[in-house]
Design a protein around this ligand. Structure first.
Ligand code: PLP
Length: 427
């Protein structure tokens, strides 16, 4: 595979941008190579600056659920561009997208738009503290909730990939009220609540963890969490930045039938443009300024281009049969990979919820961050490079998810499985 131009650009980028990239995991460090520079994408494919073509399973880390450069989204955005790109004043588009989100997501009665998932979580946490008058927040090891200071405690994903458990620059004060516990362990939650002396405002989790690889909730885990929080007057926050409109139209809360108090969203609801949102019970949301006194704001929040792309994406996703198709493509891929691994004698674990999936190179069941970390990351790196050579672009880290879109075809899956068998034979 020719990577001359990508390599040249990376050398240049390293002098201009820290590490040569604008978000750490893009640097490909954990897979032992330099990143490819992408020039364009369409449907299930991305193309790099050297003209290589790949079937893409990164999907811009989740948003591109309808495939890249979807014709309907492009047409709507192109019309919207003609009308001006930001006014800093309310628009009908914001009302329209709010309506669609509220209709779709069971817990959301009111919603506020922001410009990233990080912002959504940061704001939801402030609101939870402002509403309850309490300080402490429980989060779970390996769940990533964006890079705001308090959330960078045992934060999975990019942080895991780079081997940085926490980040310099985060003060002790910023994390003093954070309690970090193992995922899928209800006993740990109960004992933390017993020790915290009634000062816990909220528990936040990814209802399907997608930033330590994919780790689904154990049977009954979400239900018990819901009940325990209710019993103790603690807010339950689902971070559905990945799972929202991904594992079902109404997100993990629809799929698992558990309703949180607050929900954070991002990625898909921006259709590939910068977006985040948080919403939930009306009595809580009404504490936000200007309705209430918990402050939160944003210059580009709800901007018409992102709203348009989001509206168009949700329209496409509400077409009958879409989630069945995603389920079928997702299971075809995951089941096929499992067969290949068995055939090639590769110890691996498979996790899948709808079109969100992950293959861990470990012989131990993966239920939390500690077990995810038993994965053989050298083997993943080799696998990643082999797949890339065969035209398949996977996440450049063992601890990320694989995303299938509606633009993927059975042929794409078949090609991916053929490639994976070939690579696994050589691992
Ligand atoms: C579950 C979750 N929450 C929050 C975020 C932060 O979103 P953003 O990168 O848009 O700030 C991410 C990003 O991957 C995420 O996966």
């Amino acid at each position: 595979m020719d990577t001359t131009r990508s390599n040249q650009l990376f050398q240049l980028a390293k002098h201009l941008i820290p590490g040569g990239v604008n978000s750490p995991v893009r640097a490909f460090r954990s897979v032992g190579m330099d990143p490819l520079f992408i020039s364009r994408a369409k449907g299930s494919r991305i193309y790099d600056v050297d003209g290589n073509e790949f079937i893409d399973y990164v999907a811009s880390w989740g948003p591109m659920i309808c495939g890249h450069a979807n014709d309907d989204v492009l047409a709507a955005v192109s019309d919207a561009l003609e009308m001006g790109t930001s006014y800093g004043a309310p628009t009908e588009l914001e009302v329209q997208l709010a309506r669609m989100v509220i209709d779709a997501v069971p817990s959301i009665e009111e919603v506020r738009m922001v410009s990233s998932g990080t912002e959504a979580v940061m704001s939801a946490i402030r609101l939870a503290r402002g509403f309850t008058g309490k300080n402490k927040i429980i989060k779970f090891e390996g769940c990533y909730h964006g890079h705001s200071d308090a959330m960078l405690v045992h934060a999975g994903s990019g942080v895991t990939t780079l081997g940085l458990p926490d980040s310099p620059g985060v003060t002790d004060g910023a994390v003093a009220d954070m309690i970090s516990l193992p995922y899928n362990d209800i006993t740990a939650v109960k004992s933390a609540i017993d020790h915290a002396g009634g000062d816990i405002a909220a528990v936040i989790l990814e209802p399907v963890a997608g930033n330590m690889g994919v780790v689904p909730p154990a049977d009954g885990y979400l239900e018990v969490l819901r009940k325990v929080m209710e019993d103790h007057g603690i807010l339950l926050i689902f971070d559905e930045v990945i799972t929202g409109f991904r594992v079902a139209y109404g997100g993990a809360q629809e799929r698992f039938g558990v309703t949180p108090d607050l929900t954070t969203l991002g990625k898909i609801i921006g259709g590939g443009f910068p977006v985040g949102a948080f919403g939930g019970r009306r009595d809580i949301m009404e504490h936000l300024a200007p309705a209430g006194n918990v402050y939160q704001a944003g210059t580009l929040s709800g901007n018409p281009i992102a709203m348009t792309a989001g509206i168009e994406t949700l329209k496409l996703l509400s077409t009958p049969g879409v989630y069945e198709k995603l389920e079928s493509l997702g299971s075809g891929l995951s089941d096929g990979l499992e067969m290949n691994a068995n055939e090639c004698g590769i110890p691996a674990q498979f996790a899948r919820v709808g079109s969100l999936s992950c293959m861990f190179f470990t012989d131990r069941p993966v239920t939390d961050y500690a077990s995810a970390k038993t994965s053989n990351t050298d083997r993943y790196a080799k696998y990643f490079r082999g797949m890339l050579d065969r035209g398949v672009y996977l996440a450049p880290s063992q601890f990320e998810a694989c995303f299938v879109s509606t633009a993927h075809t059975e042929e794409d899956i078949d090609h991916t499985l053929d490639a994976s068998r070939d690579v696994m034979k050589r691992l």
